[in-house]
Write a protein that binds this ligand. Structure first.
Ligand code: 0A1
Ligand code: ZN
Length: 896
């Protein structure tokens, strides 16, 4: 495997171009665990053979924080040496049995990588490089083996013993202990290994697949949580059915298990047949979970289940190919959620939400110091590359392939990919090749080498579009110029293949037929223009007047579209476009335009940032009976402070915050009557269900309450805050209750304090709800600098713990990464707090610390005094000599 330390023990960059196949293969692994929280013994018996393609090279096994007791080669004591943390054995036969005996200390494992204990239960997390914390191994994804696992533990303390695959044996042992043996019928890389041992109960469901085979589905949780597992189970059943129906991919195991833990660095993990989940993405009932929680559970359960094929059956050759499984699986979970929607409007809402994540999180990443291609070229710590670029931009790359080959063509491509590569560890090139080969006459096949620049070049491409109408020729020319800003290590970019979905509207909003010059037939509706050059033009003919172009419908490519729309054109699109994405986008452009004008203006921020036409347009959206509530809620949501900041060259975060708050207040007061109507018209009538339609109604009612309370606080009116408190008390579900609480907290009303106290008292035993309680307060709008002292106080609350990632995120991340108005203080105290927390967390859990360390990635864009203060805070972290590789990489890149 690649060397990860230099001669001085300093970490060195791992480079994609250095990939070499392993010198040894591991065919079988027999693991025996004697589970004990403070000293777990691990016996690892493997069969190895030399890779005939790599005839030289010692065996170098990865290991980390292990106590090594014994190494036997073919049953004999073997000589070995330790080199840069690896166990090295020379002079080995071509094939042999290796036995390694080690111990580790799960209870002290605060990194939550490898084997750890959470609430008296053992869990593992092995992706990306956690297996080496369990035993010495070739801990790389291209080494795939058959696993047999025996777990032994105290029967009373650990009655449930789980691992991957099928349970083949179990029974009692002396001294109150028992054992279970599991065999995984599929070869897998070490990162997909898992074990769980503890006091757990399961919701179970048997399902019959299309081919008549029966499967057992299980969701394991702690005893008190069984009533919160129905939605996860339903989501799992939907996932199994969907993957078979849409892509012909069946469940390949007799038993599929999900286990929830409250201590987890990420969302969930797709270990073969034994998915381990953060409780946040499993547990839900209507009293404790919001609609957003329900929807997240559905997509994360789907995501992990879909990995069973895209990740487990076909995995990554090396970690540079991470998006091979992650981009594809995010695409698949996005499609799953869309296909579960009852209608086109709900699908569009899901698409808009996904694009919002991409633009508020991935675009800034692609413009900052951590920018990297979807297939990176180098890294120091792979954990830092579980990013929105790998996941969300990767999914957009897959989506563009689907656009270029069509939905059916894409399904053919997926079938070919799995036929060709089942059981293999492959690359992003292999994936793209399979999709193209299954569609030989497609634009994708024709343009494949150029299309693959999406994998290689970082940065969000800019697409400058210009339209001109020629009345004499009755033609309209759309000219495009594409470019991509420089990013770290990549100063020059070659043109991308950009599929641009386009429609044309008449000035009064009718959809026009599209007749491209030189083409036979006009087409109705949307057309995909495929851009390949730095500049390109398309001429549409047969037009009696200048049309309003609707460009990049459905956000057909992850680019920044720049078109000099007039306000009138945007209002036409907002009112009429048949493409809901571009309807929404037109509203966002209008709001953004006003925001930027007010921010860059030298005058003090007034209370009329938005113009009358915009307010009138929002009034019609709110009153439009043909629009779904969920869509209205999205249109009425102003662009976030982060998104607005990204559009500016120099960012004064306080000015951005003030302007956006002024816009919110303006919407609140100008549309007061409409908000009242929206609230009343969107009350729940029947029993609670989390479906998109009723969730949309609750979202709009919640948004109405926020605005009504805001306006009431400004005018001194007591009616709506009083009604909101009543709603908070009476609510029949967490969504309505939390929305009411949020309305009181975010408007800064005095009733917020008693409501918060009551909320805590009701839910003190519900960890996930207490996370919401912390997060709401740490994310509240700043009033005279009150949030930072509150955050410091919250950290002293008996319920706070830095060791629990969900809790740390609920306070620290909610303040530092999701509350720019409170975090960017002129006295730099927010930044000092941030750097202290990064350093403190780094000693406990480097992965969580490194995520927090990303919080000031965009420091270079800040106006003074923020910029210098932010830089100083990053330098404070960088000055710590014993930082983890994770955090070191983030701060080093930030300062480069
Ligand atoms: N493969 C998982 C993500 C994941 C990555 C690393 C982890 O360890 C800290 C955990 C989970 C997914 O995409 O869901
Ligand atoms: Zn994933």
């Amino acid at each position: 495997m690649l060397q990860q330390r230099d001669g001085q023990g300093q970490p060195v960059a791992i480079r994609r171009e250095d990939y070499t196949a392993p010198a040894w293969w591991i065919d079988t692994v027999e693991l025996t665990f004697d589970l004990d929280p403070s000293k777990t013994r691990v016996l690892n018996r493997m069969r190895l053979r030399r890779n005939p393609d790599q005839p030289t090279g010692a065996l170098r096994l990865d290991g980390e924080e292990l106590n090594l007791a014994r190494v036997l080669v073919d049953g004999q004591g073997a000589s070995f040496r330790m080199e840069a943390g690896q166990l090295v054995i020379d002079n080995l036969p071509e094939a042999f049995e290796l036995e390694i005996f080690t111990t580790c200390c799960p209870v002290k494992n605060t990194k939550l990588m490898g084997l750890f204990v959470s609430q008296d239960t053992f869990f593992t997390q092995c992706e990306a490089e956690g297996f080496r914390r369990i035993t010495y191994f070739l801990d790389r994804p291209d080494v795939m083996a058959n696993y047999t696992v025996t777990l032994r533990a105290d029967k009373t303390a650990y009655p449930v013993l789980l691992s991957n695959g099928n349970l083949v044996d179990s029974g009692d042992l002396p001294d109150g202990r028992h054992f279970a043996q599991w065999v995984d019928p599929f070869r897998k890389p070490s990162y997909l290994f898992a074990l769980v041992a503890g006091k757990l109960v399961a919701r179970e469901q048997r399902i019959r697949a299309r081919n008549g085979k029966e499967h057992l589905l299980q969701v394991f949780v702690r005893a008190g949580d069984l009533d919160k597992t129905e939605h996860a189970m339903t989501s799992l059943i939907h996932s199994v059915l969907w993957d078979e129906a849409r892509f012909g991919l069946p469940l390949d195991l007799d038993r599929f298990m999900i286990v929830a833990t409250s201590d987890f660095n990420m969302g969930a993990m797709e270990n073969k047949g034994l998915n381990i989940f953060n409780t946040k993405y499993v547990l839900a009932n209507q009293a404790t979970a919001t609609d957003a929680d329900y929807s997240n559970i559905e997509s994360v359960v789907g995501h992990e289940y879909f990995h069973n094929w895209s990740g487990d059956r076909v995995t990554c050759r090396d970690w540079f190919q991470l998006s091979l499984k992650e981009g594809l699986t995010v695409f698949r979970d996005q499609e799953f959620s869309m296909d579960l929607c009852a209608d086109a409007s709900a699908r569009a809402v899901k698409r808009i939400e996904d694009v919002r994540v991409l633009r508020t999180a991935q675009f800034p990443e692609d413009a900052g110091p951590m920018a990297h291609p979807v297939r990176p070229d180098s890294y120091f710590e792979i954990s830092n590359f579980y990013t929105v670029t790998i996941y969300e931009k990767g999914a957009e790359v897959v989506r563009m392939m689907q656009t270029l080959v069509g939905r059916k063509g894409f399904e053919r491509g997926i079938t070919l990919y799995f036929e060709r590569h089942d059981g293999q560890a492959v690359t992003c090139d292999d994936f793209a090749q399979a999709i193209a080969d299954a569609n030989p006459d497609s634009e994708l096949a024709r343009l494949l080498p150029q299309f693959k620049r999406w994998y290689a070049q970082s940065g969000s491409p800019r697409l400058l579009a210009h339209g001109s109408y020629d009345a004499e020729a009755r033609s309209y020319t759309l000219a495009f110029e594409q470019s991509c800003p420089p990013t770290p290590g990549q100063s020059h970019k070659e043109p991308f293949v950009i599929p641009v979905n386009v429609g044309l509207l008449s000035e009064d909003g009718r959809e026009l037929p599209l007749q491209l010059e030189g083409e036979g037939q006009a087409t109705a509706g949307t057309r995909t223009l495929v851009l390949t050059e730095a500049s390109q033009r398309f001429v549409f003919t047969g037009l009696d007047a200048a049309p309003v172009p609707s460009i990049l419908r459905g956000f057909s490519a992850p680019v920044v579209l720049d078109f000099a729309y007039t306000d009138a054109q945007l209002l036409t699109l907002l009112a009429n476009d048949i493409d809901p994405f571009n309807r929404w986008e037109a509203g966002q452009r209008l709001a953004l335009r006003s925001a930027i004008q007010a921010i860059t203006d030298s005058a003090p921020v007034g209370n009329a940032v938005l113009d009358d036409a915009y307010i009138a347009a929002m009034r019609s959206v709110l009153g439009d009976t043909k629009l779904d509530a969920a869509f209205k809620e999205l249109v009425l949501t102003l662009p976030s402070e982060t998104y607005i900041a990204e559009q500016l060259d120099v960012v004064d975060p306080q000015r951005v915050h003030t302007v956006r708050e002024a816009m919110r207040l303006q919407l609140a007061t100008a549309l007061f009557a409409e908000w009242e109507q929206a609230y009343d018209a969107n009350q729940d009538t029947g029993a609670y269900t989390p479906d998109p339609l009723s969730a949309g109604r609750r979202a709009l009612a919640g948004m109405a309450l926020v605005h009504l309370c805001l306006a009431a606080c400004a005018s001194g009116d007591a009616v709506w805050p009083g009604r909101t408190l009543q709603r908070f008390k009476d609510a029949g579900n967490m969504t309505d209750r939390f929305n009411a609480l949020n309305a009181l907290v975010s408007s800064g009303h005095a009733l917020a304090a008693p409501a918060l106290a009551r909320f805590h008292a009701i839910f003190k035993d519900e960890a996930l709800v207490i996370d919401k309680w912390f997060s709401l307060q740490a994310g509240a709008p700043d009033r005279g600098g009150n949030v930072l002292p509150l955050v410091k106080q919250l950290m002293k609350h008996p319920d706070f713990s830095l060791k629990n990632p969900n809790r740390a995120r609920s306070v620290i991340f909610s303040y530092c990464s999701a509350n720019p108005g409170a975090f960017h203080r002129t006295d730099a105290a927010g930044y000092v707090f941030w750097s202290d927390r990064v350093i403190e967390l780094d000693a406990l859990n480097p992965q969580v610390a490194a995520r927090l360390a990303r919080g000031l990635d965009r420091w270079n864009k800040l106006a003074e005094p923020y910029r210098s203060a932010a830089r100083e805070a990053i330098m404070r972290i960088a000055a710590k000599p014993d930082l983890s590789k994770d955090t070191r990489e983030v701060v080093t890149r930030a300062l480069a």
